[in-house]
Write a protein that binds this ligand. Structure first.
Ligand code: BTN
Length: 330
């Protein structure tokens, strides 16, 4: 078990309450089924309540779930996933600094391909280009997936596009929203960002040891902080109802597994073609290109099999972008 990760017995407790959702389960029964004291059960119930899980306590009788909780507990996620490599192992945290940092550590210790790290809250969520990822408790999905692809480090950009595609599919199929992907992999709804992906890896010159796909999604935030509200939104704010994080994450993991198999079987083009079909940024989009060397305006001209974005600057120069970001020019 990863250091600091949620005790497996808490997962058992959630599972037990969900399985018996319509009845009051006596405290001593819960305690003996999961092998802890009644005092421990009470402490965990209090912790779950702080995460927004509604549990009714009936004096001298026991506990009853009021609603099915939307907590990213392994037992609830597993019930939605088939038996696929991605999601076979989970490390769940109520709170951690960054799921990417945890996943990189687990990968260095030999964690299997497909291991998923997930947190209800991050205290130091990392964004791209050294930014911070706003990680409000119980509202978003903060997850990092460890992959061990039999590919060269040059394939890392296409793995990032693949993660964007899986997230795109998960959001559109669970909410019905129209979702766009801004290269390389920001998901936008009505022009505002709902999801970002930070890929980190450990590699030798010719071989990838492990890739960590870190995905942050704004799901049930009721408002975004003032400094983000112009550019970011949440799924709840767009569909005007709560969205099940368990459903979105389970769909995302299933899709990721499917696209990963497709990539290994059919090669990069199978991913980049689908990416081009899903993104209005692929062709003919007027953008401001921001790289380490400065900013300039350009028009997009498709994605290369490597995942690089082809652009033509307004002075006629063409380039394939592998890093940096693009912003639509209206
Ligand atoms: C971006 O800047 O768009 C990328 C944001 C990636 C955030 C996610 S949240 C889960 C994972 N852990 C982190 O520390 N970052 C990524």
């Amino acid at each position: 078990m990863a250091t600091g990760s949620t005790d497996r017995k808490v997962d058992k407790l959630i599972h037990l309450l969900v399985k018996n959702a319509t009845v009051v389960v006596p405290g001593p029964k819960i305690a003996s089924e999961i092998g802890v004291t009644r005092q421990q059960v009470w402490t965990w119930i209090e912790k779950l309540r702080l995460l927004g899980v509604e549990i009714r306590g009936v004096p001298a009788e026991g506990y009853q779930l009021v609603t099915i909780p939307d907590i990213l507990a392994p037992s609830l996620l597993r019930a939605e996933l088939g038996d696929h490599p991605i999601g076979r192992n989970f490390a769940h945290f109520f709170r951690t600094e960054s799921t990417n940092a945890v996943a990189l550590k687990l990968a260095a210790e030999g964690a299997e391909h497909g291991t998923v790290v997930v947190a209800e809250e991050q205290t130091a969520g990392r964004g791209r280009l050294g930014r911070v990822w706003y990680s409000e408790k119980s509202s978003g999905i903060y997850t990092s997936i460890i992959l061990r692809p039999p590919l060269s480090p040059a394939s890392a950009p296409v793995l990032t596009l693949m993660a964007g595609l899986a997230a795109h599919k998960a959001v559109s199929s669970t909410t019905g929203l129209a979702v766009d992907i801004r290269w390389p992999n920001d998901l936008l709804v009505n022009g505002k960002k709902v999801c970002g992906i930070l890929t980190e890896m450990s590699a030798e010159l010719d071989r990838l040891h492990a890739v960590v796909l870190g995905i942050g999604m704004n799901v049930n935030h009721s408002v975004m902080p003032a400094e983000l509200e112009e550019m970011a939104t949440s799924l709840r704010m767009e569909v005007h109802r709560g969205v099940s994080r368990v459903q979105v994450l389970a769909t995302l993991l299933r899709e990721l597994d499917r696209y990963y198999q497709l990539l290994l079987k059919n090669g990069n083009r199978a991913i980049t073609e689908r990416w081009e079909a899903a993104s209005t940024f692929a062709h003919g989009k007027r953008v401001r290109v921001v790289t380490a060397s400065g900013e300039a305006q350009a028009t997009t001209m498709g994605v290369e099999p490597s995942g690089a974005l082809k652009i033509q600057y307004d002075d006629g120069r063409q380039e394939s972008l592998v890093a940096g970001e693009v912003v639509e020019v209206k």
